[in-house]
Write a protein that binds this ligand. Structure first.
Ligand SMILES: [Zn+2]
Ligand SMILES: [Zn+2]
Ligand SMILES: [Zn+2]
Length: 425
Protein backbone atom coordinates (compact mmCIF):
# COMPACT_ATOMS: atom_id res chain seq x y z
CA UNK A 1 0.00 0.00 0.00
CA UNK A 2 1.40 3.34 -0.97
CA UNK A 3 1.64 5.55 2.05
CA UNK A 4 0.76 8.88 0.60
CA UNK A 5 -1.36 11.22 2.53
CA UNK A 6 -4.50 12.71 1.05
CA UNK A 7 -3.97 15.00 -1.84
CA UNK A 8 -6.89 16.96 -0.49
CA UNK A 9 -5.13 17.90 2.70
CA UNK A 10 -2.10 19.18 0.84
CA UNK A 11 -4.48 20.98 -1.46
CA UNK A 12 -6.06 22.65 1.56
CA UNK A 13 -2.69 23.68 2.77
CA UNK A 14 -1.87 25.48 -0.45
CA UNK A 15 -5.23 27.16 -0.58
CA UNK A 16 -4.91 28.39 2.95
CA UNK A 17 -4.55 32.11 2.25
CA UNK A 18 -1.95 32.67 4.96
CA UNK A 19 0.20 29.75 3.86
CA UNK A 20 -0.23 30.85 0.26
CA UNK A 21 0.83 34.36 1.16
CA UNK A 22 3.84 33.01 2.95
CA UNK A 23 4.98 30.81 0.05
CA UNK A 24 4.47 33.66 -2.33
CA UNK A 25 6.50 35.98 -0.21
CA UNK A 26 9.24 33.41 -0.07
CA UNK A 27 9.23 32.99 -3.83
CA UNK A 28 9.29 36.72 -4.21
CA UNK A 29 12.05 36.77 -1.68
CA UNK A 30 14.11 34.21 -3.52
CA UNK A 31 13.57 36.20 -6.69
CA UNK A 32 14.84 39.21 -4.89
CA UNK A 33 17.83 37.41 -3.46
CA UNK A 34 19.75 38.30 -6.56
CA UNK A 35 18.48 41.85 -6.54
CA UNK A 36 20.83 44.76 -6.35
CA UNK A 37 19.19 46.29 -3.32
CA UNK A 38 20.70 43.64 -1.09
CA UNK A 39 24.38 43.22 -0.64
CA UNK A 40 23.71 39.59 0.17
CA UNK A 41 25.60 37.05 -1.90
CA UNK A 42 23.40 35.23 -4.37
CA UNK A 43 21.45 32.30 -2.98
CA UNK A 44 22.21 33.40 0.55
CA UNK A 45 19.10 33.20 2.64
CA UNK A 46 17.09 36.28 1.88
CA UNK A 47 14.44 34.50 3.90
CA UNK A 48 16.42 35.48 6.94
CA UNK A 49 15.95 39.13 6.04
CA UNK A 50 12.67 40.28 7.55
CA UNK A 51 10.00 40.19 4.87
CA UNK A 52 9.17 43.89 5.17
CA UNK A 53 12.74 45.00 4.55
CA UNK A 54 13.01 42.71 1.53
CA UNK A 55 10.32 44.81 -0.08
CA UNK A 56 11.76 48.24 0.59
CA UNK A 57 11.65 48.81 -3.17
CA UNK A 58 8.02 47.84 -3.49
CA UNK A 59 5.03 49.54 -2.06
CA UNK A 60 3.25 47.12 0.24
CA UNK A 61 -0.30 47.69 -1.13
CA UNK A 62 0.47 46.33 -4.60
CA UNK A 63 2.32 43.30 -3.20
CA UNK A 64 -0.61 42.58 -0.91
CA UNK A 65 -3.00 43.02 -3.79
CA UNK A 66 -0.95 40.76 -6.05
CA UNK A 67 -0.87 38.00 -3.47
CA UNK A 68 -4.57 38.38 -2.74
CA UNK A 69 -5.43 38.36 -6.42
CA UNK A 70 -3.34 35.29 -7.15
CA UNK A 71 -5.06 33.45 -4.28
CA UNK A 72 -8.45 34.61 -5.51
CA UNK A 73 -7.80 33.52 -9.10
CA UNK A 74 -6.48 30.17 -7.95
CA UNK A 75 -9.56 29.56 -5.80
CA UNK A 76 -11.93 30.85 -8.45
CA UNK A 77 -10.51 28.67 -11.21
CA UNK A 78 -9.90 25.49 -9.17
CA UNK A 79 -12.79 26.07 -6.72
CA UNK A 80 -11.81 24.28 -3.53
CA UNK A 81 -14.74 23.15 -1.36
CA UNK A 82 -14.70 26.27 0.81
CA UNK A 83 -15.14 28.47 -2.26
CA UNK A 84 -17.80 26.22 -3.69
CA UNK A 85 -19.86 26.20 -0.54
CA UNK A 86 -19.60 29.98 -0.41
CA UNK A 87 -21.19 29.98 -3.89
CA UNK A 88 -18.29 31.74 -5.61
CA UNK A 89 -18.38 29.66 -8.79
CA UNK A 90 -19.21 30.50 -12.36
CA UNK A 91 -22.16 28.06 -12.23
CA UNK A 92 -23.63 29.83 -9.24
CA UNK A 93 -23.14 33.38 -10.45
CA UNK A 94 -24.73 32.65 -13.83
CA UNK A 95 -27.24 30.05 -12.65
CA UNK A 96 -30.17 32.09 -13.97
CA UNK A 97 -28.86 32.10 -17.53
CA UNK A 98 -27.49 28.55 -17.47
CA UNK A 99 -30.82 26.99 -16.60
CA UNK A 100 -31.16 23.57 -15.04
CA UNK A 101 -28.59 20.85 -15.58
CA UNK A 102 -31.20 18.18 -14.84
CA UNK A 103 -33.57 19.39 -17.51
CA UNK A 104 -31.11 20.29 -20.27
CA UNK A 105 -27.80 18.66 -19.50
CA UNK A 106 -26.07 19.32 -22.83
CA UNK A 107 -27.28 22.92 -23.25
CA UNK A 108 -26.33 23.62 -19.66
CA UNK A 109 -22.73 22.51 -20.23
CA UNK A 110 -22.48 24.27 -23.58
CA UNK A 111 -23.41 27.51 -21.87
CA UNK A 112 -21.39 26.80 -18.76
CA UNK A 113 -18.13 26.13 -20.64
CA UNK A 114 -18.69 29.26 -22.77
CA UNK A 115 -19.32 31.56 -19.86
CA UNK A 116 -16.44 29.99 -17.92
CA UNK A 117 -14.09 30.82 -20.79
CA UNK A 118 -15.37 34.40 -20.89
CA UNK A 119 -15.10 34.95 -17.15
CA UNK A 120 -11.65 33.40 -16.91
CA UNK A 121 -10.41 35.51 -19.81
CA UNK A 122 -11.37 38.69 -17.96
CA UNK A 123 -9.32 37.76 -14.88
CA UNK A 124 -5.99 39.25 -16.16
CA UNK A 125 -7.75 42.55 -16.88
CA UNK A 126 -9.16 42.50 -13.37
CA UNK A 127 -5.62 42.40 -12.06
CA UNK A 128 -4.69 45.46 -14.14
CA UNK A 129 -7.75 47.33 -12.90
CA UNK A 130 -6.93 46.41 -9.34
CA UNK A 131 -3.34 47.56 -9.75
CA UNK A 132 -4.57 50.96 -10.96
CA UNK A 133 -6.03 51.44 -7.50
CA UNK A 134 -3.44 49.53 -5.46
CA UNK A 135 -0.39 51.17 -7.10
CA UNK A 136 -1.33 54.68 -8.29
CA UNK A 137 2.36 55.66 -8.65
CA UNK A 138 2.70 53.24 -11.58
CA UNK A 139 0.45 55.58 -13.61
CA UNK A 140 -1.52 52.65 -14.92
CA UNK A 141 -4.68 54.70 -15.36
CA UNK A 142 -2.98 56.91 -17.93
CA UNK A 143 -1.78 54.42 -20.52
CA UNK A 144 1.09 56.41 -22.17
CA UNK A 145 2.77 56.99 -18.80
CA UNK A 146 2.75 53.33 -17.79
CA UNK A 147 5.91 51.29 -18.24
CA UNK A 148 6.36 49.21 -21.37
CA UNK A 149 5.83 45.96 -19.53
CA UNK A 150 2.50 47.14 -18.17
CA UNK A 151 1.45 48.48 -21.57
CA UNK A 152 2.08 45.05 -23.07
CA UNK A 153 0.23 43.39 -20.20
CA UNK A 154 -2.73 45.71 -20.74
CA UNK A 155 -2.88 44.97 -24.48
CA UNK A 156 -2.78 41.22 -23.82
CA UNK A 157 -5.37 41.35 -21.08
CA UNK A 158 -7.74 43.35 -23.27
CA UNK A 159 -7.17 41.06 -26.25
CA UNK A 160 -7.95 37.90 -24.29
CA UNK A 161 -11.59 38.72 -23.47
CA UNK A 162 -12.10 40.14 -26.96
CA UNK A 163 -10.83 36.95 -28.57
CA UNK A 164 -12.80 34.69 -26.28
CA UNK A 165 -15.87 36.87 -26.84
CA UNK A 166 -15.51 36.40 -30.60
CA UNK A 167 -14.96 32.69 -30.12
CA UNK A 168 -18.08 32.31 -27.98
CA UNK A 169 -20.03 34.38 -30.51
CA UNK A 170 -18.87 31.98 -33.22
CA UNK A 171 -19.85 28.97 -31.08
CA UNK A 172 -23.30 30.38 -30.41
CA UNK A 173 -24.18 30.72 -34.11
CA UNK A 174 -27.00 28.48 -35.31
CA UNK A 175 -28.11 27.68 -31.74
CA UNK A 176 -24.65 26.62 -30.53
CA UNK A 177 -24.02 24.29 -33.48
CA UNK A 178 -20.35 25.35 -33.58
CA UNK A 179 -19.58 24.72 -29.94
CA UNK A 180 -16.93 22.00 -29.34
CA UNK A 181 -19.49 19.96 -27.36
CA UNK A 182 -21.95 20.04 -30.26
CA UNK A 183 -19.22 19.02 -32.65
CA UNK A 184 -18.26 16.18 -30.33
CA UNK A 185 -21.86 14.97 -30.23
CA UNK A 186 -22.08 15.12 -34.00
CA UNK A 187 -19.56 12.27 -34.10
CA UNK A 188 -22.15 10.08 -32.39
CA UNK A 189 -25.09 11.09 -34.57
CA UNK A 190 -26.64 8.64 -37.01
CA UNK A 191 -26.15 9.50 -40.71
CA UNK A 192 -29.57 11.13 -41.13
CA UNK A 193 -29.81 12.88 -37.77
CA UNK A 194 -28.08 15.82 -36.13
CA UNK A 195 -26.17 16.41 -32.91
CA UNK A 196 -29.42 17.60 -31.33
CA UNK A 197 -30.81 14.07 -31.41
CA UNK A 198 -27.72 12.88 -29.54
CA UNK A 199 -28.10 15.76 -27.09
CA UNK A 200 -31.70 14.90 -26.36
CA UNK A 201 -30.80 11.24 -25.81
CA UNK A 202 -28.16 12.32 -23.28
CA UNK A 203 -30.58 14.77 -21.63
CA UNK A 204 -33.23 12.10 -21.26
CA UNK A 205 -30.84 9.59 -19.78
CA UNK A 206 -29.30 12.15 -17.43
CA UNK A 207 -32.75 12.84 -15.96
CA UNK A 208 -33.08 9.22 -14.84
CA UNK A 209 -32.31 8.68 -11.21
CA UNK A 210 -30.45 5.41 -11.81
CA UNK A 211 -27.47 7.08 -13.51
CA UNK A 212 -24.03 6.65 -11.98
CA UNK A 213 -22.47 9.97 -10.99
CA UNK A 214 -19.42 10.61 -8.88
CA UNK A 215 -16.40 12.85 -8.44
CA UNK A 216 -15.68 16.47 -7.64
CA UNK A 217 -17.32 19.22 -9.69
CA UNK A 218 -14.07 19.79 -11.60
CA UNK A 219 -13.91 16.19 -12.85
CA UNK A 220 -17.31 14.60 -12.58
CA UNK A 221 -17.97 11.14 -13.98
CA UNK A 222 -21.43 10.32 -15.25
CA UNK A 223 -22.50 6.98 -16.67
CA UNK A 224 -26.01 6.61 -18.04
CA UNK A 225 -27.61 3.67 -19.83
CA UNK A 226 -25.78 4.34 -23.09
CA UNK A 227 -23.21 7.08 -22.37
CA UNK A 228 -19.97 7.46 -20.43
CA UNK A 229 -19.20 11.10 -19.73
CA UNK A 230 -16.71 13.20 -17.86
CA UNK A 231 -17.41 16.84 -17.08
CA UNK A 232 -14.47 19.16 -16.46
CA UNK A 233 -14.20 22.92 -16.23
CA UNK A 234 -13.84 23.43 -19.98
CA UNK A 235 -14.56 20.09 -21.58
CA UNK A 236 -17.33 17.52 -21.76
CA UNK A 237 -15.97 14.10 -22.73
CA UNK A 238 -18.55 11.78 -24.22
CA UNK A 239 -18.27 8.16 -25.30
CA UNK A 240 -21.05 5.85 -26.26
CA UNK A 241 -21.13 2.77 -24.03
CA UNK A 242 -21.38 0.30 -26.91
CA UNK A 243 -18.22 1.74 -28.51
CA UNK A 244 -16.25 2.16 -25.31
CA UNK A 245 -13.63 -0.07 -23.72
CA UNK A 246 -12.87 0.71 -20.13
CA UNK A 247 -9.53 -0.31 -18.65
CA UNK A 248 -8.29 0.08 -15.10
CA UNK A 249 -4.85 1.59 -15.62
CA UNK A 250 -3.79 2.80 -12.21
CA UNK A 251 -4.58 2.59 -8.55
CA UNK A 252 -3.55 5.01 -5.83
CA UNK A 253 -4.01 4.13 -2.20
CA UNK A 254 -4.35 6.75 0.44
CA UNK A 255 -3.96 5.48 3.96
CA UNK A 256 -6.58 7.85 5.32
CA UNK A 257 -8.96 10.16 3.50
CA UNK A 258 -9.20 13.51 5.28
CA UNK A 259 -12.90 13.72 4.47
CA UNK A 260 -14.15 10.44 5.82
CA UNK A 261 -11.25 9.39 8.06
CA UNK A 262 -11.11 6.01 6.34
CA UNK A 263 -8.54 4.37 4.08
CA UNK A 264 -9.35 4.99 0.40
CA UNK A 265 -8.17 3.68 -2.93
CA UNK A 266 -8.56 5.71 -6.12
CA UNK A 267 -8.78 4.02 -9.49
CA UNK A 268 -7.92 5.59 -12.81
CA UNK A 269 -9.90 4.04 -15.63
CA UNK A 270 -9.19 4.92 -19.24
CA UNK A 271 -12.11 5.14 -21.61
CA UNK A 272 -11.21 4.22 -25.22
CA UNK A 273 -13.73 4.37 -27.98
CA UNK A 274 -13.67 2.46 -31.24
CA UNK A 275 -15.17 5.60 -32.77
CA UNK A 276 -12.07 7.32 -34.20
CA UNK A 277 -13.40 10.83 -33.58
CA UNK A 278 -13.71 10.23 -29.84
CA UNK A 279 -10.54 10.95 -27.93
CA UNK A 280 -9.48 8.66 -25.09
CA UNK A 281 -10.08 10.08 -21.64
CA UNK A 282 -9.45 9.00 -18.06
CA UNK A 283 -11.97 8.83 -15.27
CA UNK A 284 -11.08 8.63 -11.61
CA UNK A 285 -13.16 7.13 -8.85
CA UNK A 286 -13.09 5.66 -5.39
CA UNK A 287 -12.69 1.87 -5.40
CA UNK A 288 -15.84 1.47 -3.29
CA UNK A 289 -17.83 2.86 -6.22
CA UNK A 290 -16.31 0.39 -8.67
CA UNK A 291 -19.08 -2.19 -8.21
CA UNK A 292 -21.75 0.38 -8.91
CA UNK A 293 -19.94 1.54 -12.05
CA UNK A 294 -19.58 -2.03 -13.29
CA UNK A 295 -23.28 -2.60 -12.78
CA UNK A 296 -24.08 0.42 -14.91
CA UNK A 297 -21.83 -0.68 -17.77
CA UNK A 298 -22.87 -3.29 -20.29
CA UNK A 299 -19.33 -4.35 -21.12
CA UNK A 300 -16.73 -5.64 -18.62
CA UNK A 301 -13.95 -3.37 -17.40
CA UNK A 302 -10.52 -4.69 -18.26
CA UNK A 303 -7.89 -4.67 -15.56
CA UNK A 304 -4.70 -4.21 -17.55
CA UNK A 305 -2.36 -3.38 -14.73
CA UNK A 306 -3.72 -6.24 -12.56
CA UNK A 307 -4.74 -3.67 -10.01
CA UNK A 308 -6.15 -5.21 -6.83
CA UNK A 309 -9.41 -3.38 -6.35
CA UNK A 310 -10.62 -3.01 -2.80
CA UNK A 311 -14.31 -2.51 -3.04
CA UNK A 312 -15.17 -2.42 0.64
CA UNK A 313 -13.68 -0.90 3.72
CA UNK A 314 -12.83 -4.38 5.04
CA UNK A 315 -10.92 -5.14 1.83
CA UNK A 316 -8.93 -1.97 2.30
CA UNK A 317 -8.37 -2.74 5.94
CA UNK A 318 -7.11 -6.25 5.14
CA UNK A 319 -4.12 -4.79 3.29
CA UNK A 320 -3.23 -2.60 6.24
CA UNK A 321 -3.74 -5.50 8.65
CA UNK A 322 -1.41 -7.76 6.68
CA UNK A 323 1.34 -5.21 6.45
CA UNK A 324 1.21 -4.60 10.20
CA UNK A 325 1.23 -8.30 11.04
CA UNK A 326 4.18 -8.91 8.76
CA UNK A 327 6.13 -6.37 10.78
CA UNK A 328 5.47 -8.34 13.99
CA UNK A 329 7.70 -11.01 15.50
CA UNK A 330 7.26 -14.44 13.91
CA UNK A 331 6.39 -17.67 15.73
CA UNK A 332 8.41 -20.85 15.28
CA UNK A 333 6.35 -24.01 15.43
CA UNK A 334 7.52 -26.49 18.12
CA UNK A 335 9.09 -29.59 16.58
CA UNK A 336 6.64 -32.38 15.95
CA UNK A 337 3.68 -30.07 15.49
CA UNK A 338 2.15 -29.95 12.01
CA UNK A 339 0.19 -27.12 10.46
CA UNK A 340 -3.39 -27.98 9.59
CA UNK A 341 -5.45 -26.16 7.01
CA UNK A 342 -7.16 -22.94 8.06
CA UNK A 343 -10.57 -23.70 9.57
CA UNK A 344 -11.93 -20.47 8.10
CA UNK A 345 -11.31 -21.03 4.41
CA UNK A 346 -9.91 -24.61 4.18
CA UNK A 347 -7.86 -23.32 1.25
CA UNK A 348 -4.44 -22.76 2.77
CA UNK A 349 -2.51 -23.90 5.84
CA UNK A 350 -3.17 -22.10 9.09
CA UNK A 351 -0.29 -19.73 9.72
CA UNK A 352 -1.28 -17.44 12.58
CA UNK A 353 -0.49 -17.82 16.26
CA UNK A 354 -1.72 -15.34 18.85
CA UNK A 355 1.01 -14.52 21.38
CA UNK A 356 0.57 -11.84 23.98
CA UNK A 357 3.46 -9.61 22.91
CA UNK A 358 2.10 -6.14 23.54
CA UNK A 359 3.37 -4.39 26.61
CA UNK A 360 0.02 -3.14 27.81
CA UNK A 361 -0.76 -4.56 31.24
CA UNK A 362 -4.25 -3.95 32.44
CA UNK A 363 -5.00 -3.28 36.08
CA UNK A 364 -5.36 -6.37 38.22
CA UNK A 365 -3.06 -8.61 36.23
CA UNK A 366 -2.75 -9.59 32.62
CA UNK A 367 -5.81 -11.81 32.48
CA UNK A 368 -8.40 -9.36 33.77
CA UNK A 369 -9.88 -6.07 32.69
CA UNK A 370 -9.68 -4.65 29.21
CA UNK A 371 -6.11 -5.64 28.28
CA UNK A 372 -4.95 -8.46 26.05
CA UNK A 373 -5.21 -12.04 27.27
CA UNK A 374 -3.18 -15.16 26.68
CA UNK A 375 -4.44 -17.47 23.93
CA UNK A 376 -3.42 -21.12 24.14
CA UNK A 377 -4.87 -22.14 20.79
CA UNK A 378 -2.64 -23.85 18.24
CA UNK A 379 -2.43 -22.13 14.84
CA UNK A 380 -5.86 -22.61 13.27
CA UNK A 381 -6.35 -19.60 10.99
CA UNK A 382 -4.64 -18.08 8.00
CA UNK A 383 -3.63 -14.44 7.83
CA UNK A 384 -6.48 -13.44 5.50
CA UNK A 385 -9.15 -15.11 7.61
CA UNK A 386 -7.75 -13.61 10.80
CA UNK A 387 -7.75 -10.17 9.14
CA UNK A 388 -11.36 -10.63 8.05
CA UNK A 389 -12.29 -11.75 11.54
CA UNK A 390 -10.49 -8.73 13.02
CA UNK A 391 -12.30 -6.37 10.63
CA UNK A 392 -15.67 -8.00 11.22
CA UNK A 393 -15.50 -7.31 14.95
CA UNK A 394 -14.96 -3.57 14.46
CA UNK A 395 -17.19 -0.56 14.77
CA UNK A 396 -18.04 0.17 11.12
CA UNK A 397 -18.72 3.81 11.91
CA UNK A 398 -15.27 4.48 13.36
CA UNK A 399 -12.60 2.97 11.09
CA UNK A 400 -9.95 5.15 12.71
CA UNK A 401 -10.16 2.95 15.86
CA UNK A 402 -9.73 -0.34 14.01
CA UNK A 403 -5.99 -0.77 14.26
CA UNK A 404 -5.84 0.07 17.95
CA UNK A 405 -8.73 -2.08 19.11
CA UNK A 406 -8.82 -5.55 20.72
CA UNK A 407 -10.94 -8.41 19.51
CA UNK A 408 -11.55 -11.90 20.96
CA UNK A 409 -9.71 -14.94 19.55
CA UNK A 410 -12.19 -16.65 17.21
CA UNK A 411 -11.68 -19.95 19.04
CA UNK A 412 -11.09 -19.28 22.74
CA UNK A 413 -12.35 -15.69 23.03
CA UNK A 414 -9.13 -14.40 24.63
CA UNK A 415 -8.75 -10.73 23.67
CA UNK A 416 -5.81 -9.82 21.45
CA UNK A 417 -4.56 -6.75 19.62
CA UNK A 418 -2.80 -6.43 16.26
CA UNK A 419 0.62 -6.56 17.96
CA UNK A 420 -0.14 -10.07 19.22
CA UNK A 421 -0.75 -11.59 15.79
CA UNK A 422 2.28 -13.63 14.71
CA UNK A 423 2.95 -15.38 11.46
CA UNK A 424 4.09 -19.00 11.90
CA UNK A 425 7.40 -19.78 10.18
ZN1 LIG B 1 -8.21 -18.96 6.00
ZN1 LIG C 1 -7.38 -18.57 21.22
ZN1 LIG D 1 -2.15 -7.12 22.79
Amino acid sequence: MIRSYGSISSFCRTTNPIAEQRTHRLTFCSLFTNCKSHSLPANKACVAVPVASAFTNMEPPDVTFTVAYVVFVFCFVFTPNEFRSAGVTVQNIFSGWLGSEDVNFVEYHIKRTSVTLLVHSVLPLGYYAGMCVAAPYKNLTYFPLASEGWQLYFVISVTLPLLSGLLVLHWSQDKWANHPISRKLRAHALPQSSWRAVASSINTEFRRIDKFATGAASARVIVTDSWVMKVTTYVLHVAQQQDAHLTVVESKAHEISPESNTPVQFLTISVNSVNPSVKTFDIRLNSTEYGELREKLHAPIRNAANVVIHQTLSDLFLETFKSHVEANQTYTLPSGQELESCIGCMQVDANIKLLRLCQEESEGGPDSGAGCQRCYCRPMWCLTCMGKWFASRQDQQHPETWLSSRVPCPTCKARFCILDVCVVR
